[in-house]
Design a protein around this ligand. Structure first.
Ligand SMILES: Nc1ncnc2c1ncn2[C@@H]1O[C@H](COP(=O)(O)OP(=O)(O)OP(=O)(O)O)[C@@H](O)[C@H]1O
Length: 254
């Protein structure tokens, strides 16, 4: 049974009188990989920024009955809402194991965190396996392949006990095999959590979305299964429109 992990109601974000997000309702359920799609400038990242406390908004975001609007970024993270960015933010000079150990160990002293530990916590070992980096525990994060850095960043959220994960274009720059592995990882993670993915890649969306919300001009244009939103004429019009606009822009600069 799915359970609402996060509920957003009537979210509005305004930048100097411009409504980047305009009355969005969104529910993320545990057990689903929920894709947020929409043309450039639709408000996807701004919505995620609002949920994670990086942008001021009106409306309401609740998790487990707690209102998160107005709370600080670290408080929201401690409530189990984790987020990745388009460029992975890992500690490049530290190993995979150290990155995960630090993310798992808020509350321990910096010296304890940075010291090489003879035994890693079970949770760190389990997550390292889950993200497919168990063979690279001692590899510096900075030399990992692009996809592996994204998996490490996701792993850092998992060891930090995030149960709502908001991932901003996690497969950007990945090859075919890495994309597939990422899609399977997201479903594995979503077995016990809610996963939201901001994405432009429609093939990836079709292959791995449990549910889709389409944003356009700051508002929800359509929501439902992949088939429901792909068959929606309004969605087709928006995507066709944005393709045509791009072709006109390309022709103008050619
Ligand atoms: N800090 C800001 N100040 C002013 N306008 C902003 C700011 N951040 C975003 N915007 C505007 O808000 C709108 C929504 O932007 P946002 O980045 O959320 O869209 P998006 O759907 O994530 O687009 P993309 O897919 O291109 O990343 C855009 O018109 C953008 O220019």
């Amino acid at each position: 049974m799915n359970q609402a992990a996060l509920t957003c109601t009537n979210i509005e974000v305004e930048f100097d009188g411009f409504k980047a997000v305009n009355g969005v309702d969104l529910t993320l359920d545990s057990g689903e990989v929920h894709f947020l799609i929409g043309p450039n400038g639709a408000g996807k990242t701004t919505l995620v920024d609002a949920i994670t406390g990086l942008t001021r908004y009106t409306g309401s975001v609740t998790k487990d009955g707690t209102e998160l609007r107005g709370k600080k970024v670290h408080h929201i993270a401690r409530k189990g809402i984790g987020r990745t960015f388009q460029t992975a933010t890992v500690f490049e000079h530290l190993t995979v194991a150290q990155n995960l150990d630090i993310a798992a160990g808020s509350g321990r002293s910096p010296w304890h965190l940075l010291r090489q530990r003879r035994h890693l916590p079970d949770q760190v070992v389990a997550v390292m396996e889950q993200i497919g980096l168990d063979g690279q525990a001692e590899t510096a994060a900075g030399v990992l392949a692009h996809g592996q850095k994204q998996w490490l960043e996701i792993g850092m959220l998992l060891v930090g006990d995030a149960d709502v994960l908001l991932l901003d274009e996690p497969i950007a720059g990945m090859g075919h095999e890495e994309r597939d592995r990422t899609g399977r990882l997201l479903h594995d993670i979503a077995a016990t959590r809610a996963v939201a993915v901001v994405e432009h890649d429609m093939d990836f969306m079709r292959a791995f979305a449990s549910r889709v919300t389409v944003l356009h001009a700051g508002a929800v244009l359509a929501a439902g299964t992949v088939d429901e939103v792909s068959g929606d004429p309004r969605v087709q019009a928006v995507y066709l429109g944005s393709v045509q606009e791009q072709e006109v822009a390309d022709a103008a600069t050619a």
